[in-house]
Ligand binder design. Structure first.
Ligand SMILES: Cc1cc2nc3c(=O)[nH]c(=O)nc-3n(C[C@H](O)[C@H](O)[C@H](O)COP(=O)(O)OP(=O)(O)OC[C@H]3O[C@@H](n4cnc5c(N)ncnc54)[C@H](O)[C@@H]3O)c2cc1C
Length: 591
């Protein structure tokens, strides 16, 4: 599609937005179309599907948004000439459009910065020093220490973030730049401990170019795959360099929204002291999972060996010569089995309850060498937007095709894996690993060596269920005793929304509904279809409560959207939120 056509379409779109009641939305948007808005028009993160949904949103929001100055941005790399800039009353924004026969098939509109509240960076940075003699000069250190001493005591943070993992820290860094007083609390002793305390052999699955943090990319000699301890040190350094206010060894135990005052009363325990904080906004960056999920198996308390959840696996060093059983067959289960094998366990058995999606890390690596994030000429910000320009509904079809392609490439590997007795899946609708991540953040293994050990019989796989645990092992459903010295429950975690029940109340959890998942109607992701990750980085049905989560790429990209929503509220800007109606209950793959 010629750029001129996109320019002409943008002009027509701008006119339609000026008179949304009278506009011919069906002439502008194709019958099958998607408008994904990241906070620009809706003060929400939504995908509108079909011209009627587009028209309904535009009629409700266009006047308040006051979008103007649409112009193509031919300089921005990637995106086939579809990039454009525009402004709303409140913000500068970026967009991307795809057309078919003159009508829009996909549209992305995304907030970039608030007008009048631009980040003080580049030429706009502060001086940091006055070039004249000043009695009792206050240095950067004086001010930093004073700030840290008073925040949370004499001055309340506007925003309290629970969790100093990648998500809490990325959001805090953005809020810091925007001048939003923010405090981060974390139960661990040091930022990065959520990674540091995991088993030693854990490495990131994503290549480095997906993992950069806001403002501070990794040095370009860093390895493609980062060890969890290196990541932990990075998180700690990031918190320090970005001058974030983090209270470590601080557990948030309770939060209550004071409706009359429009602020939270949050109880935290720090150094044996119970403190009350009164932030206006509360962000839960407590990880995608709630508490550890351990199945109740009769007789578990009688087991004579060691047993623990995968999250407590210290590493397999002490398991040399021991008989080890790992219950579960997803990522952690595989990684722990490999770790035990590498440490010369006498035997390693994986108990598989249901089929697992497996994708080889090497295959992913080969296929991802050319993705926008990996290409030098595309800056990370542009690659993030390019990725966001594909609505979730269309991703299902793309992933089905991608999974089919991978199955062809690795057909021999998959045959051997299935031949070993391992129950293999490619997703309920054959949409593979990525859809499983977006739908329920579980159900897969990114193979970094475990599958070969299974194929070679070095890791035994059993299915068929466990009847009971006995002092010396597991009594399987077929009556056989599987002797064990160690049982690891790699049985996952409860849902993220559980944090709302635990820290606030079950009522609030019920009101906000599930976190994460698209509403695809597939296992672990009940409908109705929402087409966006539920409750993430956007307003929830509990005023002033937000969730920040996801992998490093999502944490970097969406922390911007959440930070701007919080800043806008702090500055008292008008932020009319658009809540679309949920669509039907499933996610049929589009033709
Ligand atoms: C084998 C493996 C490979 C992985 N590879 C990747 C990868 O390549 N890329 C990627 O992005 N992710 C990867 N992950 C997932 C990674 O673990 C998560 O992305 C990451 O930990 C999420 O960060 P977070 O900040 O959301 O949560 P977390 O890191 O879980 O941090 C949450 C923090 O909240 C704190 N907290 C919780 N409750 C409270 C409370 N009540 N009071 C105070 N503090 C509290 C916790 O102490 C914790 O520090 C991988 C995971 C595994 C197991």
């Amino acid at each position: 599609m010629a750029i001129a056509d996109k320019g002409a379409w943008l002009n027509r779109f701008q006119s339609a937005l000026a008179h949304p009641e009278a506009a011919e939305w069906r002439a502008l948007f194709a019958d099958q179309c998607y408008w994904r808005d990241l906070v620009a028009f809706t003060w929400n993160i939504v995908t509108l599907e079909g011209p009627d949904a587009v028209a309904a949103m535009a009629r409700r929001q266009a006047a308040a948004a006051g979008a103007t100055a649409f112009r193509l941005d031919p300089e921005m790399p990637g995106g086939d000439g579809g990039w454009f800039d525009f402004e709303t009353r409140a913000a500068r924004c970026k967009g991307h459009v795809e057309l078919k026969d003159g009508r829009c098939t996909t549209l992305l509109t995304a907030i970039v910065e608030l007008k009048g509240f631009e980040e003080p960076a580049g030429r706009n940075r502060i001086d940091g020093l006055v070039h004249k003699a000043v009695r009792r000069r206050r240095t950067w250190l004086d001010e930093r220490q004073e700030h840290a001493r008073t925040l949370g005591h004499e001055r309340q943070p506007y925003c309290l973030i629970v969790g100093a993992g990648q998500n809490g820290l990325a959001l805090a860094a953005r809020l810091k730049r925007l001048g939003v007083p923010t405090l981060v609390v974390d139960a661990h002793e040091r930022p990065g401990d959520a990674w540091r305390k995991r088993y030693k052999t854990l490495y990131l699955h994503d290549p480095i170019w997906l993992d950069h943090f806001p403002y501070l990319p990794f040095p370009d000699h860093w390895p493609l795959y980062t060890s969890k301890d290196k990541m932990a040190d990075w998180l700690e350094a990031y918190a320090k360099l970005m001058e974030l206010d983090v209270w470590s060894s601080t557990v948030c135990t309770k939060a209550r929204f004071d409706e009359a005052r429009g602020e939270w009363e949050v109880t935290v325990e720090r150094g044996g002291e119970r403190l009350s904080l009164r932030p206006t906004q509360l962000v839960l960056a407590t990880g995608l999972s709630g508490g550890k999920s351990v199945p109740e198996i009769p007789g578990a308390e009688s087991f004579k060996g060691q047993q623990y959840h995968s999250g407590d696996h210290p590493g397999g060093e002490d398991m040399t010569g021991r008989r080890c059983v790992v219950i579960g067959s997803n990522n952690s289960a595989h990684d722990i089995c490999v770790d035990l094998w590498e440490n010369h366990a006498a035997s390693v058995t994986m108990i598989q309850r249901s089929p697992t999606i497996v994708v080889r890390a090497d295959t992913m690596r080969n296929l991802s060498g050319d993705i926008p994030h990996a290409r030098k000429e595309i800056p990370t910000e542009a690659a993030d937007l390019l990725d966001a320009a594909t609505p979730y509904r269309l991703r299902t079809g793309i992933q089905v095709a991608g999974t089919r392609y991978i199955r062809g490439l690795d057909a021999e590997f998959y045959d051997r894996l299935e031949g070993s007795g391992f129950q293999l899946s490619h997703g309920e609708d054959e949409s593979g690993f990525f859809m499983a991540y977006w739908r329920r953040a579980a159900g897969y293994y990114i193979d970094v060596g475990g599958s070969d050990l299974i194929i070679e019989g070095e890791i035994a796989v059993r299915s068929g269920g466990i009847r009971a645990i006995e002092p010396d092992g597991l009594r399987m459903a077929d009556g056989e005793l599987l002797p064990a010295d160690l049982i690891v429950y790699a049985t996952g975690y409860r849902p993220m929304s559980e944090w709302a029940a635990k820290l606030i109340s079950p009522d609030v959890e019920a009101r906000i509904g599930p976190c994460w998942g698209l509403g695809s109607g597939t296992r672990g992701d009940p409908g109705p279809w929402e087409g966006e990750l539920r409750n993430m980085w956007k307003p929830t049905r509990q005023p002033n409560l937000w969730f920040q989560g996801g992998n490093l790429a999502q944490s970097r990209f969406h922390s911007l959207h959440l930070a701007l929503q919080l800043k806008a509220r702090m500055e008292g800007l008008s932020t009319p939120v658009y809540w679309p109606e949920p669509a039907e209950a499933s996610d049929p793959v589009p033709a």
